[in-house]
Design a protein around this ligand. Structure first.
Ligand SMILES: Cc1cc2nc3c(=O)[nH]c(=O)nc-3n(C[C@H](O)[C@H](O)[C@H](O)COP(=O)(O)O)c2cc1C
Length: 203
């Protein structure tokens, strides 16, 4: 008899695409671990069409951070499923993509170790406490400086990001392409997070 594999939902909110790419990479890792994966972009999908948690053994919820805040949709998703999550029958993973967790593209070490630790508290532990839930696993990941033509960032966001980067490049000795894409995520960190999540789901 063929046993159906565990099913996992990855529900995310992205503004400029970093969180979406992280979600897609986690999806690939989870599939390699033998799990069935469904991804949902919570902003693009109408809330009444958001999937129910019923068929899933685990759920990963991720958000982009701007001005210290989660996007509304992933927060609403967690609030909507709060009662089910609190029963602790499903494994919950939470993550964000934010500047505070960006890594040096050469060494893959956090650019700001103290900010990384604070981001975990501010962007995850405080959000969990506010909603009244506890994730089984959570982490913060970096993002991308994308100033290319294809960037999803509007003029205002590009301006905000560019303001900080000159200083950042000088202080930390990293090169940021002012007309292209500089990826400051640690893909090993992202894949190992997904693997740990998979092992919790398979237990
Ligand atoms: C307008 C703006 C505000 C931001 N505010 C913060 C912030 O408060 N804290 C932080 O750590 N990163 C901040 N960032 C960095 C983003 O969180 C980071 O670029 C992230 O990868 C965006 O995810 P997304 O591409 O999925 O939208 C900000 C970026 C922009 C453009």
């Amino acid at each position: 008899m063929i046993m159906p594999g565990e099913k996992v939902l990855i529900a995310y909110g992205t503004r400029y695409g970093s969180t979406e790419e992280i979600s897609q990479e986690m999806g690939k890792t989870l599939e390699k671990e033998g799990l069935e994966v469904q991804l949902v972009d919570l902003k693009k999908t109408k809330s009444k069409e958001w999937p129910s948690l019923e068929p899933f053994d685990g759920v990963l919820v991720g958000s982009s951070i701007a001005v210290g805040k989660w996007m509304n949709e992933p927060q609403e998703f967690l609030k909507k499923h709060k009662a089910e999550i609190r029963k602790k029958e499903k494994i919950l993973g939470m993550f964000v993509s934010c500047g505070s967790a960006m890594v040096n593209p050469s060494t893959r070490k956090p650019l700001y170790p103290k900010k990384y630790e604070k981001a975990k508290i501010d962007y995850l532990e405080k959000v969990m406490a506010k909603i009244g839930i506890e994730a089984n696993i959570y982490d913060v990941f970096g993002g991308v400086y994308d100033f290319s033509e294809s960037s999803r960032m509007g003029g205002f966001a590009k301006k905000m990001m560019k303001m900080g980067i000159k200083q950042l490049s000088e202080d930390l000795g990293i090169e940021i392409d002012e007309n292209g894409k500089t990826d400051l995520r640690d893909w090993d960190q992202i894949q190992s997070f997904a693997k740990k999540f998979a092992s919790l789901v398979k237990k």
